[in-house]
Design a binder for this molecule. Structure first.
Ligand SMILES: *Cc1c(COP(=O)(O)O)cnc(C)c1O
Length: 369
């Protein structure tokens, strides 16, 4: 029994005194928002760190997703995954777009590219895949399908900060990628997000849209929204960026310990081979199989009784929620893999300050079954 509560995540906060000089700069400039100097610096530093051509900062990841869809004038139907956080599909509904759910791949838990073509109709305009848990989608195959059918690709890359494959950042793929800097994500600005885009012209359109569509004092070119990141959030991002390599290294140690110690536990499957690409260790998902002595929910409750708060990401499926379940594509029979996985999934606590002793306690509870 641990004496403290262990949650699935805990936000990383650098030493407070390191943040004070940034606040002093803001106080003396009196520039609080609307693309101030901290905002400009964070966009530059993130482009360098993430190795992407252009980035437009947002006040959160959901407004970034909404705006990405507006930027590309997406309408009609969009193919997406039911196995994600609700914001993925909500961003479609909020834009008056019909989500069409396609099942996931049992290995990667991402949209299964082999099932996309069957879901394309004359109304389909785009695909919105998710790099679930920061594991890259089958980027090449998705692009090939998109090219064949003249569809746009917008990645919900909320989990994928800093993830690379052998060709570099996975955030460079598709037409746009939207990312989240929410407190629960690997890189946080309290609340925040961004759109990664390929060229300055697209970024200009996104910048207009995130500022009410305003171009100058007398010119409004689109019905935009207020998606701007404030200077305090941007300043905090600059400070976080100084710590991010340490943060990911500490996460990777937790990941490695879980992996080693859970390897022999029968009935527990690990999803992902970490050596395949540069991971950010955002999540530590396990599958509780039918030969494990407890059901997934029994294990979840057992951990909870020891003050360990694992989470069932992603259960229930988005497609099972009341605003989606009436769609033809939302039927469980159309989504057998996602339906099964959502019943077996459990995300274990992982964050930079989680001690190896605590990881061992968690593994011990799981191993005893
Ligand atoms: C966190 C998250 C979002 C939303 O980001 P916010 O910054 O919280 O608005 C969208 N999609 C996925 C998959 C997420 O995990």
């Amino acid at each position: 029994m641990t004496t403290k509560k262990i949650y699935v995540t805990q936000p990383y906060l650098p030493p407070l005194e390191e943040f004070i000089p940034y606040l002093e700069d803001i106080w003396s400039s009196k520039l609080l928002t609307n693309g101030g100097p901290m905002h400009a610096r964070l966009e530059r530093e993130l482009c360098d760190y993430l190795d992407v051509p252009e980035i437009a900062l947002f006040n959160n990841g959901t407004i970034a997703l909404l705006t990405a869809l507006q930027a590309l004038r997406i309408t009609g139907e969009v193919i997406t995954t039911p196995y994600s956080f609700v914001a993925t599909a909500h961003s479609l509904l909020w834009n008056g777009i019909k989500p069409v759910f396609v099942d996931i791949d049992p290995q990667t838990l991402n949209l299964d590219p082999s099932k996309i073509e069957a879901a394309i109709t004359p109304q389909t305009t785009a695909i919105m895949p998710v790099h679930c848990y920061g594991y890259p989608c089958d980027i090449e195959l998705i692009q090939k399908i998109a090219d064949n059918y003249n569809l746009r690709v917008i990645y919900d890359a909320a989990h994928a900060f800093g993830v690379r494959d052998s060709n570099g950042s996975i955030l460079r793929h598709g037409d746009l990628s939207a990312i989240s800097f929410h407190a629960t994500k690997v890189f946080n600005t309290f609340e925040g997000g961004a759109i990664i885009c390929p060229d300055p012209k697209t970024k200009q359109r996104i910048n207009n849209l995130k500022n009410f569509g305003i171009v100058d004092e007398v010119t409004v070119v689109a019905p935009g929204i207020n998606g701007k990141m404030s200077e305090v959030n941007a300043a905090f991002g600059l400070l976080q960026l100084q710590h991010i390599d340490t943060v990911i290294k500490l996460r990777s140690k937790v990941d490695k310990t879980y992996r080693e110690k859970l390897k022999g536990v029968s009935g527990i499957s690990l999803i992902h081979n970490a050596s395949q690409e540069i991971s950010n260790h955002a999540y530590f998902p396990i599958l509780v199989e039918s030969n494990y002595p407890l059901s997934r929910d029994e294990l979840y409750d057992k951990l909870k009784r020891s003050d360990i708060y694992a989470r069932r990401y992603f259960y229930p499926l988005i497609s099972d929620l009341p605003m989606y379940r009436g769609l033809a594509s939302a039927k469980p029979a159309n989504l057998p893999v996602a339906t099964l996985v959502s019943k077996k999934i459990l995300c274990l606590p992982i964050y930079p300050t989680l001690s190896i002793e605590d990881v061992e306690i968690i593994v011990d509870i799981i191993s005893r079954g």
